[in-house]
Design a protein around this ligand. Structure first.
Ligand SMILES: Cc1cc2nc3c(=O)[nH]c(=O)nc-3n(C[C@H](O)[C@H](O)[C@H](O)COP(=O)(O)OP(=O)(O)OC[C@H]3O[C@@H](n4cnc5c(N)ncnc54)[C@H](O)[C@@H]3O)c2cc1C
Length: 299
């Protein structure tokens, strides 16, 4: 109920304007979003690197309306790679296909993705294509496979809640594709959290056994413990996979995994379009809403 109200509010322009122009809510957004500019996110990336964590940078935004806007997004990502290289950061990039014109034309979008992946490859880096709503799953998997056939510097994301995910994982592995695995609450597919978790563990084991380097993306201590157990059982080295978590979520767990010698990569979003992302993070936990309201009334 609370979650759906917050998610509905994330589509409300008046509320968006109020949140993004209010100094208190802008400050609060910094818990989950590194800032609005490239300079700010680079500073955050430096700090996380110093704390022993790799990062993946995402310039927030989705569903662009014109080819010109998609090309501007492509230019932004090219600039991010140049900057990462110049600052010698342990960082790569995550982006969404609808930000790169997938709604306009898959062929056009593929051209932009390829140019970004080639820039990533030129720096020996990597481009992660995020998975969006389930209406985009098929097109995303197809496009990523086509780009992967041209460069190894691209991979994508699989969500454990979809029935089709096991077959997508096997399909992507046959292309040598690196996968980020995460779970997401949804009424769309596996209806029970226990089934989503069970599928997460099943897919995680397939990925670990594949011999490619994957991202196990979760803040759930049970999923993390299952991963550590599965890797140890199969004698898979700590350097052969990484845990991934969101900026500002379970920082205690992030630090503990680094201390225990695991590779950890933090997903760090930034940009002017931070409002829907911020609302999604708030909606995920009732405690986040308490944090939001407490700070608002304190101001
Ligand atoms: C690397 C990465 C990339 C992601 N990319 C996207 C994306 O592009 N778009 C998108 O919408 N979602 C994204 N997600 C979020 C994902 O969709 C889930 O919502 C999120 O990961 C919750 O699942 P969980 O594995 O943390 O398990 P859960 O069982 O949901 O959570 C486990 C524990 O984590 C903590 N936790 C989880 N979420 C929060 C939160 N928001 N605030 C505070 N504590 C929290 C709580 O302690 C909770 O008990 C991403 C997640 C990761 C880790």
């Amino acid at each position: 109920m609370l979650r759906s109200t917050l998610l509905k509010l994330s589509g409300n322009n008046g509320f968006a304007h109020w949140v993004t122009s209010n100094s208190v809510t802008r400050r609060m957004s910094h818990r989950f979003v590194a800032g609005e500019t490239l300079d700010e996110v680079i500073r955050t990336a430096c700090e996380l690197n110093k704390a022993g964590m790799a990062v993946t940078l995402d310039c927030l935004g989705e569903n662009v309306a014109t080819a010109t806007d998609a090309q501007k997004v492509r230019d932004t990502y090219l600039e991010i790679y140049d900057r990462i290289a110049r600052e010698e950061l342990n960082a790569n990039v995550s982006c969404k296909l609808t930000q790169l014109g997938l709604d306009i034309s898959a062929e056009f979008c593929e051209g932009l993705v390829l140019s970004i992946a080639e820039r990533a490859a030129s720096y020996d880096s990597f481009l992660r294509i995020d998975m969006e709503g389930s209406i985009y799953t098929q097109r995303t998997v197809e496009l990523v496979k086509r780009v992967r056939a041209q460069t190894p510097a691209v991979g994508t994301v699989i969500q454990s809640y979809l029935y089709r995910s096991e077959s997508d994982v096997n399909d992507l592995l046959s292309y040598g594709c690196r996968v980020r695995l995460y779970k997401e609450p949804s009424e769309l597919a596996f209806p029970r959290k226990a089934d989503v978790d069970a599928n997460y563990v099943k897919l995680m084991k397939i990925l670990l056994a594949s011999g490619f380097y994957h991202g196990i993306a979760t803040h759930d201590p049970r999923m993390i413990a299952e991963t550590i157990r599965a890797a140890a059982g199969k004698r898979i080295s700590k350097d052969d996979f990484e845990f991934q978590m969101l900026y500002g979520v379970r920082t205690d767990l992030q630090r503990r995994l680094v201390q225990d010698g695991y590779r950890v990569r933090i997903y760090v979003p930034y940009g002017l379009e931070w409002f829907p992302y911020f609302m999604r993070r708030l909606a995920e936990r009732p405690a986040n809403l308490t944090f939001f309201l407490r700070n608002l009334f304190r101001s």
